[in-house]
Design a protein around this ligand. Structure first.
Ligand code: HSE
Length: 442
């Protein structure tokens, strides 16, 4: 049986998952592949720490040339994360004619075009299933399973840490800080969880996914990104009273000349299938013109889930090598010549419904002042709640709006926050409920 040699750079959680799967499911993989996948070298600066898997210590080295200079190694797996030295290693592997598997969402979001360009020139593949949605076969589904569809929209819960935090705040009334500490303890969060909770990780994953879904060279920098750090238990409670759950959502839609792509906390109806995605789970809801609605759901992080995606990529690349047809499936869904350079739709022009929470003095005339400013900008109110009594001189007033233009809402809030009866900052959460003329998704 032909043996295909693999080199691994970065022996962390996901790398250990890959090793365990290659070991535990060796027979099954060989039966499915008709070849052996052999891990020949592991490169990591830490060659001494205990790892949660058994492996031959003699193949572990801090020297990356042990992989790069070995002509027998056909596939390089990059699992160190971050921009450098990951980018240098990937480009070097490509230059040397080796295929690459990576889980590096940040690198692909920011430097993907350069990496795929190099891979095309050298006629090697770069596979990245583990970069988005952990073990969910999302990339393969978009690229192959949904290949016959024009994808109209894609909505994702793509960060397990944020979803875990919001779930704990919603279901147990936990504070943001306690819930985040638990997510870190459980190993969902990155070493520095800033990108998990500020929306950056979700935006990286949206960039990678939306490029495939819309055959677009979508620029990561243009994605509007807002995280969950400003969400308070009070907002989650009000959302529930109105029949919504708060999720950190990646929202994207094909608008013809542009691509809508944004990441922010979003209220979605409690009975929508995405609202039931709890804890560290991820899900992606896709609408295709032929297939209709599809939802993919699974563990978005963790040793075995991400390891499963890495090994599936290895098997795909091994098949390409066995058949002698690299890049049989275009890496970015479309042929390079068919990839469009459409801009991201301007955030100012987005139209959606809004949840707005003011902290205001409990005095006659306050509501009419606020609603007067909203009305002057064509923002129509659909519901108002004022609950409780003044605490520290203010009371929460919550308004829901009908669909309005983002720019108008922001300008109205700026003006409202200057009123002497309002104590800024006013909180704003977008609602996706499909009640507007643009025919949103639900
Ligand atoms: N920190 C990431 C998350 C891990 O919480 O989803 C997977 O990319």
């Amino acid at each position: 049986m032909r043996e295909i040699y693999v080199g691994l750079i970065g022996l962390g959680t996901v790398g250990c998952g890959m090793i365990r799967i290659l070991d535990d499911n060796r027979d099954l993989i060989e039966d499915r592949l008709g070849a052996k996948l052999t891990l020949k070298r592991i490169v990591d600066i830490d060659t001494t720490s205990e790892r949660p898997v058994e492996f031959d210590r003699s193949i572990l080295t801090p020297d990356v040339s042990a992989i790069m200079d070995d002509p027998e190694i056909e596939i390089v797996v990059e699992l160190i994360g971050g921009y450098e030295p990951a980018k240098t290693f990937i480009l070097e592997a490509i230059e040397r004619g080796k295929h690459v598997v990576t889980a590096n969402k940040a690198l692909l979001a920011v430097h993907g075009p350069q990496i795929f360009d190099a891979a095309h020139k050298r006629k090697v593949s770069v596979q990245f299933e583990a970069s988005v949605g952990g073990g969910i076969p999302l990339i393969k589904s978009i690229r192959e399973g949904l290949a016959a569809n024009r994808i109209g929209a894609l909505y994702g819960i793509l960060n397990g840490t944020s979803n875990y935090v919001l779930t704990r705040m919603t279901e147990e009334g936990a504070t943001f800080e306690d819930a985040l500490a638990e997510a870190q303890k459980k190993g969902y969060a990155e070493a520095d969880p800033t990108f998990d909770v500020d929306g950056t990780d979700t935006a990286h994953k949206l960039a990678v996914t939306a490029r495939l879904a819309y055959c677009s060279s979508l620029r990561y920098e243009e994605i509007y990104t807002e995280g969950i750090t400003g969400i308070e238990p009070l907002d989650i409670q009000f959302a529930s009273d109105f029949g919504y759950k708060v999720k950190l959502l990646a929202v994207s839609r094909d608008r013809g000349d542009s691509i809508e792509a944004r990441v922010h906390p979003t209220m979605i109806p409690k009975d929508h299938v995405l609202a039931s995605v709890s804890g560290a789970f991820n899900a992606v809801f896709i609408t295709g013109d032929a297939v209709g609605d599809v939802m993919l759901y699974g563990l978005g992080a963790g040793m075995m889930a991400a390891g499963s995606a890495v090994v599936a990529d290895l098997m795909d690349l091994a098949r390409d090598n066995l058949s002698g047809v690299p890049q049989r499936v275009p890496l970015l869904t479309c042929r390079t010549a068919a990839i469009s350079d459409r801009p991201v739709f301007p955030m100012d022009e987005i139209r959606t419904s809004y949840y707005i929470r003011f902290s205001a003095k409990d005095r006659p005339g306050v509501l009419s002042k606020i609603s007067g400013i909203l009305g002057s900008r064509n923002i129509s109110i659909s519901a108002v709640i004022q609950k409780g009594r003044e605490i520290a001189g203010v009371v929460p007033i919550v308004m829901l709006t009908h669909e309005a233009r983002e720019k108008d809402v922001r300008e109205a809030l700026k003006e409202i926050d200057t009123l002497d009866v309002v104590s800024p900052p006013t909180r704003l959460i977008r609602i996706e409920s499909g009640d507007g003329p643009e025919g949103y998704w639900l």
